[in-house]
Design a protein around this ligand. Structure first.
Ligand code: AMP
Ligand code: MG
Length: 400
């Protein structure tokens, strides 16, 4: 059985990253992974300009003229002002180009207007309130490297840099399949022994959040022939994710069928929940994950194993954010596996506090309402007491 870290490393070593790329518009590049170096097309700022509403002048003129200058002209955003006449000042607005010859802007709050002359304070700092050409970045600067996932802010920067088309890696095509004779779609009545299926939708939605092209493969019965037939279409997918049937029961067929049609790299990890999880390859293109059927195990193993694999496939760097927090309650257990305890994190005056939720059974979905992270309990640990520092894995930032 592999440890958590060994399993994550084995996955990253085995993933064959995407080769295909496509061009997208800025808006469509949101959440996508950059495929080639992106360079600035222009300097930013593109020209020296004013940082404030005020008056542009040449600092040397001020002392010569006793801090009183005649006002000549005005420069607004979008204007192309000429030269500042010697011994004068020009009205200027935030973002407007600095007239040639000017080297200082004085803010409007600091001056006094007397007809067409402007009286300046003696405290003017030469060179103040200017934004210099290219102080942000230069034309030709490399802004992003391949593998970077683009956020809304990144796309604002690329817009400002004049980049209109972005080369990105194609999105992974992922087939999601649930397995189990007991599974029924919500809406249908439950017959004895049946349960409503819930993992497939959650997995598809988590994939879409990651920007993947998730395809619903439906629910397959616990019959090797049915699963085999479905996996015949695997050549069209970069990833196949199944849930259920991954352990060693008589009807746990998924591992058996994957072993037949592909190569299993590992199928057990020393974690709780989620010990039975198989990972491997089918053919040259497809990676597969057989996730456990219990809903919480499916969620945890998606986060720990599937997400990093998908990000690595897109040439990105997968990170598992971990923050220390103070436990508010006690949690006892038998050492053995690295455990991910569903937890509720809160920020108390800048200090992160965490509560282990009641109902840690991997079949229990109720506590998911409060879950915004996990407490990571190391394999050799017997748990924690209130007041102890523990390691957490936040799922979002809703604790602030
Ligand atoms: P398995 O991994 O197939 O042995 O399933 C473990 C537990 O998870 C069983 O109680 C199953 O009924 C349940 N389960 C399996 N697949 C799903 C699913 N897609 N949605 C909800 N529960 C499931
Ligand atoms: Mg099953």
């Amino acid at each position: 059985m592999l440890t958590l870290e060994e399993a994550r490393a084995a996955i990253l070593a085995e993933v064959t990253p995407a080769a295909a790329t496509e061009m997208t518009s800025l808006a469509q590049a949101h959440g996508r992974f950059v495929a080639r170096e992106l360079r600035a097309q222009v300097d930013n700022p593109a020209f020296d300009n004013s940082a404030m509403d005020g008056y542009a002048l040449r600092a040397a003129d001020l002392t010569a003229a006793g801090f009183v200058l005649p006002r000549r002209g005005e420069c607004r955003c979008g204007d192309a002002p000429g030269r500042l006449a010697a011994g004068t000042t020009m009205r200027i607005f935030t973002g407007a180009p600095l007239p040639e010859g000017a080297d200082t802007v004085v803010i409007q709050e600091d001056i006094k207007l007397e007809g067409d002359t402007v009286v300046f304070p003696k405290t003017v700092q030469p060179g103040s309130h200017l934004r210099r050409r290219s102080e942000d970045f230069h034309q030709g600067d490399v802004l992003y490297q391949p593998g970077r996932r683009l956020s809304a802010y990144d796309l604002a920067l690329l817009s400002a840099a004049g980049v209109a088309q972005i080369p990105v890696y194609v999105s992974a095509r992922v087939l999601v399949v649930a397995t189990g004779d007991e599974l029924v779609a919500p809406g249908a009545p439950l017959r004895p022994g049946q349960i409503y299926e819930s993992n497939r939708l959650a997995t598809i939605l988590l994939l879409r959040e990651l920007g993947m092209d998730a395809v619903d493969g439906g629910t397959v019965r616990d019959e090797p022939a049915a699963l085999r037939a479905l996996l015949k279409s695997s050549a069209d997918f970069d990833f196949i994710i199944t849930s259920g049937g991954a352990s060693v029961g008589d009807h746990d067929l998924v591992k058996q069928v994957f072993a037949e049609i592909g190569q299993i790299k590992f199928w057990k990890v020393k974690i709780k929940p989620g010990k039975p999880i198989a990972f491997g390859r089918v053919g040259t293109r497809t990676h597969f994950f057989a996730l456990p059927g219990n809903p919480v195990s499916s969620l945890v193993t998606f986060k720990l194993f599937v997400e990093p694999a998908l990000i690595a496939w897109h040439h990105g760097t997968a990170r598992l954010p971990q923050l220390t927090a103070t436990a508010t309650n006690e949690f006892r257990r038998h050492p053995g596996r690295t455990e991910f305890v569903r937890a509720h994190l809160v920020n108390e005056n800048g200090k992160l506090m965490v509560t282990a939720l009641r109902g840690q059974g991997s079949h229990m979905l109720g506590p998911l309402r409060e879950t915004n992270g996990f407490i990571r309990v190391e394999a050799d640990s017997a748990g924690f007491k209130p007041g102890e520092t523990v390691m957490t894995v936040p799922l979002n930032t809703d604790f602030s």
